[in-house]
Design a protein around this ligand. Structure first.
Ligand SMILES: N[C@@H](CCC(=O)N[C@@H](CS)C(=O)NCC(=O)O)C(=O)O
Length: 337
């Protein structure tokens, strides 16, 4: 009996180092790269440019996490995922974080073993129609055929909307945005419905953007944000506070151009953000300059927004409800103190 116990102990000590008890932070540091789950192509959020470089608001979130954790925003491996694949890729450990236009809903947050760490874009579902249809409101969509994507909240909201308005519809379902827009271009459907932010991107991808229009109705709430695995609170904190740091930097007027000079700031909030005082970095298990690296290498939230989806981008989306809380919007970074 005694011998067996010893054998068991020996067996366990051999086995334990092979078991995966490492936290996501430890794994990311060991690999020296962040594996970030993105889309297969959503202009403004996550898509590749002509040189194959990933760009967008979600991509900037991946880059910010890599800057905070590894000190280098370029240390990201992008894993393109369809809507159907995305949560499984996170559950299985194929990716460290998901930043892919994903709507925070109760079922996703509570039944998949995952946690939403915040919101980086408040969206809502809208409709893009061919002007030939001659309609100006979603209320006139009775009998229409829609091109939509499988595994999205879009599918579910469409069902709800038509049920509640007593109208009928047909759906043609695709796996990727590329296929969806192709279907629309080929006339397989009368309308595309998706997160409104994506409709702007789809519109400029049309051969003649003037031939289509976005209807005024928004039929759902789509708070989009980064997702992590449940049960790794340290990693959850890092993702959540990296997002807050880029919003806090905007609130405090800290930008990629002035962040170096701001290191000399005597404003206590700026000092805590940039790590010249306080223990914010240490408490996250990161270096004191974690947020400095985010702002220096990626920029604050406003810089990312303007560059990828706002006025300096082809999409030209208004900041709207994505403004900071003190400018009339919903973006409210929790205080760093
Ligand atoms: N926010 C919605 C929709 C997200 C979504 O996946 N939308 C489609 C278009 S409706 C998409 O992003 N496609 C990009 C791709 O195929 O990679 C959700 O979380 O379910």
């Amino acid at each position: 009996m005694k011998v067996n116990k010893i054998a068991l102990l020996v067996g366990l000590t051999v086995l334990i180092p092979n078991l995966s008890f490492a936290t996501t932070l430890e794994k990311v540091i060991k690999k020296d790269v962040l594996q970030c789950g993105v889309s297969t192509g959503i202009p403004g959020f996550s898509s590749t440019d002509s040189k194959g470089v990933w760009k967008g608001l979600d991509v900037d979130l991946c880059r910010s996490i890599a800057a905070a954790v590894l000190g280098d925003a370029d240390k990201v491996k992008y894993i393109p995922l369809t809507a159907k694949e995305r949560f499984t890729a996170l559950q299985s450990g194929e990716i460290d974080v998901l930043a892919r236009s994903s709507t925070w809903t109760a079922s996703r947050d509570t039944s998949l073993g995952l946690n939403f760490a915040g919101v980086n874009y408040y969206d809502g579902q809208g409709f893009l129609v061919n002007k030939k249809l001659g309609i100006t409101s979603a209320k006139e969509l009775n009998g229409a055929t829609f091109c939509i994507q499988a595994g999205t909240t879009t599918e579910l909201n469409l069902t709800d909307y038509f049920k509640s308005t007593g109208m009928e519809y047909k759906a043609v379902t695709y796996d990727t945005s590329g296929q969806t827009i192709d279907g629309f271009k080929k006339g397989r459907c009368d309308a595309v419905t998706s997160d409104a932010s994506q409709l702007y991107g789809l519109r400029i991808k049309m051969d003649d953007p003037e031939s289509v229009m976005v209807l005024p109705e928004i039929i759902s709430k789509e708070p989009l944000g980064p997702v992590v695995r449940q049960g790794d609170d340290g990693w959850f904190n890092i993702v959540r506070w990296t997002l807050f740091a880029s919003l806090e930097a905007e609130e405090l007027g800290v930008t990629s151009s002035n962040v170096q000079a701001m290191l000399k700031s005597k404003n206590p909030s700026v000092m805590r953000l940039l790590g010249t005082t306080g223990t914010a970095g240490e408490n996250l298990g990161l270096k004191a300059d974690w947020a400095y690296q985010v702002v220096k290498q990626v920029g604050n939230y406003q810089e990312s927004f303007d560059k990828h989806v706002g006025q300096n981008s082809p999409l030209k989306i208004e900041r709207g409800i994505n403004k900071l809380w003190n400018k009339g919007g919903l973006m409210y970074p929790m205080p760093i103190r």
